[in-house]
Design a protein around this ligand. Structure first.
Ligand code: TQI
Ligand code: ZN
Ligand code: ZN
Length: 169
C-alpha cells in the first residue's frame, strides 16, 4: 500500500500550479527534457496539479539537476548503480539525479542497453511521487515500490499510486 512521509507533507492548496526548472549547466537535450515532461503528465492527469517548465532555476518550485558524488546536501551520490536519484518531501522541490548512471531515454530499455542501464523516465516518475509527498509502497507493481531491476521500465501509475496521490490532492 501507498505511504506518505511523516507528518503527511504536501504542496499547499494555494500552490497547485507548480513550476520546474533544470540546473543551468546540465544543458540537457530536448529528448531528456521531454522525458521529464512526460513523467509530470502521468501525475497531473490524476490530480488537480499542473507542472510548467520555466527557465529560472532559482525561482522554480521544483529544481531538477544531475549531480555526481558529493554535491553539498549531505546525501552524496555513489557512482554507477546504488543510489540513482533522490528527492525531498514537499515543499522542498529538490530533485537530484546521479550523473554517473547509465541513463537510458530511448523507451526501449529491454533490448540491448547493458546491465547498468537505468530507464530515466521510470526514475523520474518515481521521484516526482516523492516530490509530491508519496513515500514507498508495498505494492510491487506500483511506481512507488522501492526497488527496480536494471534493464526494466515502469512508467505507468498503478491504482495504488493513484489512490495515494488522490488522498494528498
Ligand atoms: N533512491 C531512493 C528513492 O528515491 C532514495 C530513498 C531511499 C528514499 N529511501 C528513501 C526516498 C525513503 C524517500 C523515502 O527511493 S534510489 C528507485 C526504485 C531509487 C530507487 O536511488 O534508491 C527509483 C530512485 F524504486 F526503482 F528502486 C528511483 Cl525508481
Ligand atoms: Zn542531492
Ligand atoms: Zn523512492
Amino acid at each position: 500500500h501507498y505511504a506518505f512521509f511523516p507528518g503527511t507533507p504536501r504542496w499547499p492548496a494555494n500552490m497547485l500550479d507548480l513550476t520546474y526548472a533544470f540546473l543551468p549547466g546540465n544543458s540537457l537535450t530536448d529528448d531528456v527534457k521531454a522525458v521529464f515532461s512526460r513523467a509530470f503528465v502521468k501525475w497531473s492527469t490524476v490530480i488537480p496539479l499542473t507542472f510548467t517548465e520555466i527557465d529560472s532555476y532559482s525561482t522554480a518550485d521544483i529544481r531538477i539537476g544531475f549531480f555526481v558524488g558529493d554535491h553539498g546536501d549531505g546525501e552524496p551520490f555513489d557512482g554507477v548503480l546504488g543510489t540513482l536519484a533522490h528527492a525531498f518531501s514537499p515543499p522542498s522541490g529538490r530533485f537530484h539525479l546521479d550523473g554517473d548512471e547509465n541513463w537510458v531515454i530511448s523507451g526501449d530499455i529491454s533490448s540491448n542497453s547493458g546491465s547498468t542501464a537505468i530507464d530515466l523516465e521510470s526514475v523520474a516518475v518515481h521521484e516526482i511521487g516523492h516530490v509530491l509527498g508519496l513515500g514507498h509502497s508495498s505494492v510491487e507493481d506500483s511506481i512507488m515500490y522501492p526497488t527496480i531491476s536494471s534493464g526494466t521500465r515502469k512508467v505507468e501509475l498503478a491504482s495504488d499510486d493513484i489512490e495515494g496521490i488522490q488522498i494528498l490532492y
